[in-house]
Design a protein around this ligand. Structure first.
Ligand code: PHE
Length: 357
């Protein structure tokens, strides 16, 4: 019995894992374990022998059991120590210097424009980028045969064979948001609507996706004079100059009457653009008084309400303000370009804090 004891105490002391311990338990005090088998032998002993061997075997069984439990706990403690050692972390170390992302010029300029118009009481409206052709064209007084439909290089969605409904379009301008806002809010209205627009076109100054910002002001007595003042205020604030001269050039859009394209006075001395002085003119937007057909499509009564609308290219004014030569680079996701032209993440433009720094 002493041999048995020494054997198991030794094996338990050297066991390296919980599963090895479990094997030893089965081997020693499991149902068919060595000690259990010895206990069965008690039945064949004389009562005198049994009186001596019985308690000794029981004591041995208990000793082995508690040796197993103690070793099990030691193994668990050791495993925990190992884990604490290997996963140790010095939280007082300084963080690794990491490059911060930058705000894309389109996002920055959208924020700038929004801040300027918000100051003049314009709220922000939105519409879907996938539009019905009714919102993109018909409601804006561009009927099916109108050349503007072809001119816009429209992307159409696919319809299943035999589906006679007109296909949806990727909106070619933000003007459908005019209709949606009139329908949803009714007059009076004072909103801008920035967003993505799509036309099949690609060169230095055109990409198939670009950004516009629409403006719409509807009230009882809004006139071209209000349009002119609002745009002058906007251009002065945006380009951060005290004085600008705007030129309203008679033009034509199906959804405005009269219509005007607006140019700003500028110069290109030494290849850099200067806004406000000079002998050149630069077109920045299309505008006009909202056509009665358009008001009617938006359920606004043209005998009671009138207003102006304008549409401006965000990417285009971003290029002008920040001297970015190629529009295509805007959407290449080239990190070097983004770091060069991007803005600090916390540099939120406000009229009081400064639009750009
Ligand atoms: N939607 C016109 C365009 O994309 C711009 C515009 C908007 C013109 C509103 C007049 C009024 O070119």
């Amino acid at each position: 019995m002493d041999d048995l004891r020494d054997k198991y105490i030794d094996l338990i002391a050297n066991a390296g894992s919980e599963s090895a311990l479990e094997d030893l338990r089965v081997q020693a005090i499991g149902k068919k374990g060595e000690i259990s088998l010895q206990m069965r032998e008690l039945g064949r002993m004389t009562p005198e022998e049994r009186q001596v061997a019985g308690p000794r075997l029981n004591a041995l069984k208990d000793e082995i059991a508690s040796a197993l439990a103690a070793k099990k706990e030691a193994l668990a403690n050791h495993a925990l120590d190992e884990r604490l050692r290997s996963e140790w972390l010095d939280v007082t170390l300084p963080v690794r210097p990491r490059r911060q992302g930058t705000i894309h010029p389109v996002s920055q300029v959208t924020e700038e424009v929004t801040a300027i118009f918000a100051d003049m009481g314009f709220a922000v409206a939105e519409g879907p980028q996938i539009e019905s052709d009714w919102y993109n064209f018909d409601a804006l007084n561009i009927p099916g045969h109108h050349p503007a439909r072809a001119e816009m290089d429209t992307f159409y969605t696919h319809r299943a064979e035999g589906d006679e409904r007109p296909p949806h379009v990727l909106r070619t301008h933000t003007s459908p948001v005019q209709i949606r806002t009139m329908q949803e809010q009714g007059a009076p209205i004072r909103i801008i609507a920035p967003g993505r627009v799509y036309r099949a076109d690609y060169d230095m100054t055109h990409t198939p996706m670009f950004h516009q910002i629409e403006g719409l002001a509807i009230d009882k007595d809004i006139s071209m004079a209000n349009l002119k003042w609002v745009l002058e205020e906007f251009v002065k604030a945006f380009f951060e100059v005290d004085d600008v001269e705007l030129r309203f050039r008679a033009s034509h859009f199906p959804f405005t009457e009269p219509s005007a394209e607006v140019d700003i006075r500028c110069s290109w001395e030494g290849g850099t653009l200067k806004v406000g002085t000079g002998d050149d003119w630069l077109e920045i937007l299309g505008s006009g008084m909202v056509h009665p057909h358009v008001l009617r499509a938006g359920n606004v009564d043209p005998d009671e309400w009138q207003g102006f609308a304008f549409g401006m290219g965000i990417d285009r004014i971003a290029m002008l303000k920040y001297g970015i030569p190629d529009l295509r680079a805007f959407f290449d996701s080239d990190l070097r370009w983004l770091r060069h032209y991007g803005f600090a993440a916390l540099d939120v433009p406000t009229l009081r804090g400064g639009l750009s720094r």
